[in-house]
Design a protein around this ligand. Structure first.
Ligand code: SAH
Ligand code: SF4
Ligand code: F3S
Length: 494
């Protein structure tokens, strides 16, 4: 898939205006340049991409990877010195930014030793004008900066970098454009993320995403289905449909369609075994979706349902459009329809003005729902968001104390939920050889829990039956169950 017919492209002519043909043209130009470089140096040209942040960024990095491979670069292994390093950045919390600056600081010396090395920055952080200014000033050795809206132009921008001795900067404020049919290179052969929509219109008051990812726009269902069919033909058995709020999928399309309907269309694709999606905003989760999920054979029994807080006054100030009560009702409804479903969440501690009472409300929701797992975050002030200007930012020691209490509770709940499934035999998609013990492989249950069991790497990409022997907090040890015999994995421990 994504094969570009380079013989058809004449780089002596002017670049075409329409996309993606324009990008194919520039990819070919870069390809010729890299071909010459390789001959000059008598070695391959290497690249490294370092990805921060969420699944969206992970998928974007696969697109950049695809373009780089088409150009003729090879992914650097540990011992290769990369000729091109790209950071795909995240800015959802301050920590994410600091990591990028730390990495850039380390690169300064590398670049001094190896001036031909190309250093590029892209992703959400680059959509912030202050960040770009800081990089121009303090990290002037960077060669390329581009944003989230023009990632499709990477080939064109790289071509500019090759012929320029100045920093190339191209960041768009927003876009309505969705460019289809660009090459991608997947990290895993057997699973893939699939964007169904871009951007976010929810403007939760703490969150920077709507500012750096732009307005919400959905891809056409026929494009999504085509992409998934191609992926399945290429060996993919599991897909994750990606959007900041998948439950509002389809709004604004010429023929408007619900997320539940899209799921039904995806379910029909022959050869596809598992469907996941991320993320569901509780305010838009429909009865139709619950119904479709409960009848489905392929949609995984897992729902990520970020609650953020259990306090009604905080939820209001966060602009989340649901209450503690309506959230709990929704959880009940989902569990009634699918008793075996795993529910996971995101929680923010220390939102401006959070009182002990507000926090107790969050703890109350957590204790009632008993999540399978929860990502807990300390509130991080993001300049440009409404909450950054809210009064009563909570003192650090108070936040830390609440955070630790919350963490203890979610860990207990996680262990409780995991223990409930002990002794069951479940379907596991084998994802990789275990990093610590090569006699073991590691895979994922349909509720997204991790299982380690004895097995060889030929199993990677297959869905196998595994008996859950031992629960270890977040993960299990198991034994593969083949027809009627069991291969015991308990003599070896990691
Ligand atoms: N679109 C997704 C979330 C994307 S960001 C959704 O709405 O669920 C992932 C998580 O980061 C959020 O759910 C939230 O819990 C957390 N987050 C976002 N902004 C934050 C901030 N300023 N400080 C701390 N956590 C934040
Ligand atoms: Fe951020 Fe809210 Fe949009 Fe999620 S729904 S990306 S938390 S603004
Ligand atoms: Fe981060 Fe951007 Fe995702 S800010 S969480 S990488 S959408």
């Amino acid at each position: 898939m994504n094969e570009i017919d380079f013989d058809e492209i004449d780089i002596n002519e002017n670049a075409p205006y329409e996309e993606p043909q324009r990008q194919y043209y520039y990819i070919k130009k870069c390809r010729d340049y890299i071909q010459k470089k390789k001959q000059e140096l008598s070695r391959p040209m290497y690249f490294t991409i370092k990805t921060f942040g969420c699944q969206m960024n992970a998928r974007d990095s696969e697109k950049i990877h695809g373009i780089l491979e088409n150009i003729g670069y090879v992914e650097a292994s540990e011992n290769d010195t990369p000729d091109l390093i790209l950071f795909n950045t995240c800015t959802v919390r301050e920590n994410a930014n600091l990591k990028v600056y730390g990495n850039l600081g380390n690169l300064k010396k590398e670049k001094a030793k190896n001036p031909d090395m190309i250093i590029g920055l892209c992703g959400c952080m680059m959509q912030e004008p202050d960040v770009v200014e800081k990089i121009k000033k303090s990290y002037s050795f960077v060669n390329l900066i581009f944003g989230t809206h023009n990632l499709y132009k990477f080939g064109e921008l790289l071509n500019e970098v090759y012929s320029s001795n100045k920093m190339v900067v191209d960041v768009l404020k927003d876009t309505k454009l969705i460019v289809e049919k660009l090459p991608t290179e997947r990290k895993y052969a057997f699973k893939s993320g699939v964007n169904i929509m871009f951007g976010c219109d929810n403007f939760c008051t703490y969150c920077i995403v709507p500012y750096v990812r732009g307005r919400e726009r959905s891809r056409k269902p026929e494009h999504i289905i085509r992409e998934i069919k191609d992926l399945v033909n290429d060996g993919v058995v599991e897909i994750m449909l990606l959007g900041q709020n998948v439950n509002s999928y389809g709004k604004g399309l010429e023929n408007s369609i619900s997320f539940a309907k899209l799921l039904q269309m995806v379910e029909e694709i022959e050869g596809l075994k598992r469907i996941r999606f991320m993320t569901s905003h509780p305010k838009d989760l429909s009865d139709e979706l619950i119904d479709v999920m409960s009848k489905s054979k392929k949609i995984c029994r897992h729902i990520h349902l970020p609650v953020q807080s259990g306090s009604n006054s905080l939820l209001k100030r966060m602009n989340r459009h649901y209450t503690k009560e309506s959230y709990l009702e929704l959880v009940d409804k989902i569990r009634k329809a699918m008793p075996d479903i795993s529910i996971t969440t995101d929680i923010i501690v220390g939102f401006p003005g959070e009182t002990e009472e507000d926090f107790e409300d969050t703890m109350d929701v957590v204790k009632k729902v008993r999540y399978d797992s929860a990502y807990t975050f300390i509130y991080s002030k993001r300049t440009g968001t409404p909450a950054a200007k809210f009064p009563d930012q909570v003192p650090e020691d108070v936040v830390k104390d609440r955070f630790n209490r919350l963490l203890k509770q979610v860990q207990e709940d996680s262990a409780y939920r995991n223990a409930q499934k002990l002794g069951n035999t479940v379907d596991v998609l084998v994802e990789e050889q275990n990093t610590q013990n090569p006699e073991f492989v590691t895979g994922k249950m349909d509720n997204n829990s991790t299982v380690h069991f004895k097995g060889n790497k030929e199993l990677i990409g297959q869905i196998v039956k595994v008996h859950l022997d031992e629960a270890k907090g977040f993960y299990y040890y198991g034994t593969i169950v083949t027809n009627d015999a069991e291969i015991h994995g308990d003599e070896v421990r990691i």
